[in-house]
Ligand binder design. Sequence first.
Ligand SMILES: O=c1ccn([C@@H]2O[C@H](COP(=O)(O)OP(=O)(O)O[C@H]3OC[C@@H](O)[C@H](O)[C@H]3O)[C@@H](O)[C@H]2O)c(=O)[nH]1
Length: 411
Amino acid sequence: MVMDSKFHVAMFPWFAMGHITPYLTLSNKFAERGIRISFFIPIKTQRKFNHLNLHPHLIQFIPLIVPHVDGLPLGAESSSDVHVEKTYLIQQALDLTQDQVQIALEKFKPDIIFFDFAHWIPTVARSLGIKSVFVSTSGAVTNFDNRISLVNRLLIAMKESDALGFRACHETEGPFADFLKNQYNNKPVLLTGPLLTRTSNTILEEKWAKWLGGFEKGSVVYCAFGSECVLQKDQFQELVLGLEQTGLPFLVRLRPPVGADTLEEALPEGFEERVRGKGVVHGGWVQQELILSHPSVGCYVGHCGSGSMWESLVSTCQLVLVPNFGDQFLNTHFMTKGLKVAVDVERREEDGWFTREGVHKAVKLVMDEGSELGEEVRANHLKLSRILLSEGLETFYINNCILKLHDLLTT
Ligand SMILES: O=c1ccn([C@@H]2O[C@H](COP(=O)(O)OP(=O)(O)O[C@H]3OC[C@@H](O)[C@H](O)[C@H]3O)[C@@H](O)[C@H]2O)c(=O)[nH]1
């Protein structure tokens, strides 16, 4: 181990799967090195994460009762419980947990708190002698642009915190991290690395292992848009029709589109009969990391949320991106134009919507043998995934973060 690292870190991620998951992954990696963690989490959501706490003797969940806010469905406590347009109400509810958080911080007395959307944390932390670190679950690249909703919240959080952290690597986003350090008065900048969960002790559900096992190596298209995205019905139909047009086997994991209670009722006419045995559209949770690493899966059509982005980068799948909101657009730009490891689906100029032809075209572009662009992104992707999976990379980033935290506490 790099040093005596027996300090105590509190974690307060935004109430969303895509934020809680990387914060917990980071907590596990810290706990492996002896660091104690107090992890704030909405009370019902905790159940979904208990099994991912790999060091319960060091990582303690602190359940928060998320107050009801007018306009939220009863019991909603995370962004996956609501449509994206109502996310701001979850933000209001998060702000209303401030007293609970303050009382817990007074009680558990951590040395440092990591947070993202709760822009009031630095003020609370400072009053208690706790250092605050703004840790974005997105990379350094997505913290530039005003298109991101919540921008004021994030700007205050970044300005007021004692240090900044990003789920990023020098190998991919070094110049962006340097730029941000510069912009924020040379505040310490921590890069966490890719934060892969590497679920090596879990196996793929038999149902999916069997289904995927029935297809040729690298032939199946897996399509999923994270935990939050709810498409308009028309877009949902264009997406599945585009996948049908490719003629490739496909597994789609999506929430029912706007206005539909079930996926089945939203599927295009005759679709289920036509794709039977070859295409599945599923509404329940699947083990995405394991699916992406299944030998039959050769293409991932995704939304480019940061978790899925990193998971896809270390897979061998060809990547087709269909961003939906916020950082996903910048992530997509970075993946397609910056790293050149993916293609995106064209959108119509008049309304910004994608069509089945666009989906079909993008998948064929990366999956057809002899496609020049397909070969280019495959080669770039392979090169980068080798770097990201190289021995010692994760250890380097986590140990380096701990060193910087140590410096923060001692200077
Ligand atoms: O069925 C599923 C769906 C999703 N997942 C996992 O859930 C996680 C989803 O996280 P993502 O960051 O990709 O996407 P989300 O849309 O849920 O995240 C949210 O926070 C992160 C931001 O970058 C995204 O823009 C925002 O939407 C991934 O780790 C994915 O593997 C499953 O394991 N199974």
